[in-house]
Design a protein around this ligand. Structure first.
Ligand code: PLP
Length: 425
């Protein structure tokens, strides 16, 4: 598979796209074409194991850069935790994506990418992965890249702005994972990382890479969720249409789903469920895409005012709003409604939602029609956002987090200091 760049004339392999992260002129890499899988694959999917399904789905996208055996090994290391579909009520089902090491769905993409990157880095050399995080990405990347040969990770997180649980996940591993606590905001952390990439002199001294969902090796493996969900739901469908609601921030997860649909996976429509950061919702509504500054909400992993994967969606749909709208329905939910949603679903169905899943569930409920089967993705374990859940459900237990023995380095919001940390082994 070759990858094109959304902004420039550039054609690269999967390996080059993974190593580069971002394309020339800041463009995103997109697959040059999307292959259909044979009808027999969907007819027999319930007889295949998860690793076979994911390997078949991902193979066309990595061919030329990995062997099929390598892909299969990577996939089996990536999918070493369950992704069960559970029935909640009527035609509403949930796909729980929180059974990985950091209890949020980014574990799959982070693991897959770390294994690819480690194979692509030349023997004997080393790549330093820089990642700025508001919480969830950092923990998934820390665990996904821990002890992976040839890779060092520097995670920048804003002091006092991540939950104790997230801090524990980023600072407890040590080894090749270094957590830098910046006296500043998430935007400051992100600015430091961007500066490191644009400062070419630094790139000559160390090989730098990034691990957010702009990287093809992090967003594409998320395709597998949709195939695995279909496998589990297939016998329930019997002629009914499947509609899937995805709590969305940077839109990496839903974009992977849209690609799966193009490959022939029978999902009728997606709901892009947003919190108050609803730039995409307004785009569907008005046809105008107007990025905004992000606002803080309870579902903070979706606090994105300018979703980076929007560019990939535009590319996939040839900038045709009507075709986008035929596949994606919009939805937006406030914080207050999010708490209500957690309360309601627990009282009626005894299922505890996290704030992100609550947005996803509400989006599904708003759009699900008779004779459709509904699925929403639960992207984090409620425990990960327990202080929000407790506001909705006062009896929800709060866990003590013991940060003793955890290692982090405190630093000022200073580029010079950051460079020192990058250059010290
Ligand atoms: C990252 C994240 C999201 C948003 O996913 P995107 O791919 O950025 O749209 C939703 N929920 C949780 C818990 C996340 O960590």
């Amino acid at each position: 598979m070759k990858y094109l760049n959304t902004r420039a004339e550039e054609v690269v392999s999967f390996k080059e796209a993974t190593l580069n992260g971002l394309g020339a002129k800041g463009g995103l890499y997109v697959p040059e074409s999307i292959p259909q899988l044979p009808a027999s694959f969907y007819e027999e999917i319930e007889n295949l194991n998860d690793v076979e399904i994911a390997t078949t789905a991902l193979w066309p996208f990595v061919e030329g850069s990995l062997t099929r055996e390598e892909l299969q090994t990577i996939v089996s290391e990536t999918l070493s935790f369950p992704t069960p579909v559970k029935h909640i009520y009527d035609d509403v089902h949930v796909l729980e994506l929180f059974h990985g090491p950091t209890m949020a769905f980014k574990d799959v993409g982070a693991r897959f990418m770390s294994r690819c990157l480690s194979r692509f880095v030349e023997k004997g050399s080393e790549t330093t992965v820089l990642v700025a995080t508001s919480g969830d990405t950092g923990s998934a990347v820390a665990h996904g890249f821990a002890n992976v040969e040839g890779i060092k990770v520097k995670i920048l997180f804003p002091k006092g702005k991540v939950s104790p649980f997230q801090e524990y996940q980023m600072t407890s591993l040590g080894g090749n994972i270094q957590a830098l606590e910046v006296d500043g905001t998430f935007d400051d952390c992100q600015a430091l990382v961007k500066q490191a990439f644009s400062y070419s002199n630094l790139n000559e001294q160390v090989q730098l890479s990034s691990a957010n969902s702009i990287n093809v090796a992090r967003f594409l493996p998320q395709m597998t969720y949709y195939f695995l969900a279909f496998k589990q739901l297939k016998k329930m469908l019997s002629g009914k249409k499947l509609i899937v609601s995805v709590p969305s921030g940077n839109f990496g997860n839903i974009t992977a789903g849209l690609i799966a649909k193009r490959m022939g996976l029978p999902i009728d429509q997606f709901v892009a469920a947003n919190n108050s950061n609803n730039t995409f919702y307004e785009y569907l509504d008005t046809g105008n895409y107007t990025p905004k500054k992000s606002v803080a909400t309870y579902s903070n992993a979706m606090d994105v005012g300018a979703p980076s994967n929007f560019e990939r969606i535009e590319f996939l749909y040839d900038k045709n709003l009507d075709s986008v709208k035929s596949d994606i329905l919009g939805f937006t939910l406030t914080d207050e409604q999010t708490l209500d949603e957690i309360k309601h679903v627990y009282n009626l169905h005894e299922y505890v939602l996290d704030p992100h899943g609550a947005v996803g569930h509400a989006g599904l409920k708003a759009h699900l029609r008779k004779n459709e089967v509904g699925l929403f993705l639960e992207t984090a374990h409620p425990k990960k956002f327990e202080s929000v859940v407790k506001q909705a459900l006062p009896s929800y237990p709060i866990h003590d987090v013991n940060l003793q023995g955890c290692k982090k380095i405190s630093m000022k919001n200073s580029y010079a200091e950051f460079v020192n940390h990058i250059l010290t082994p």
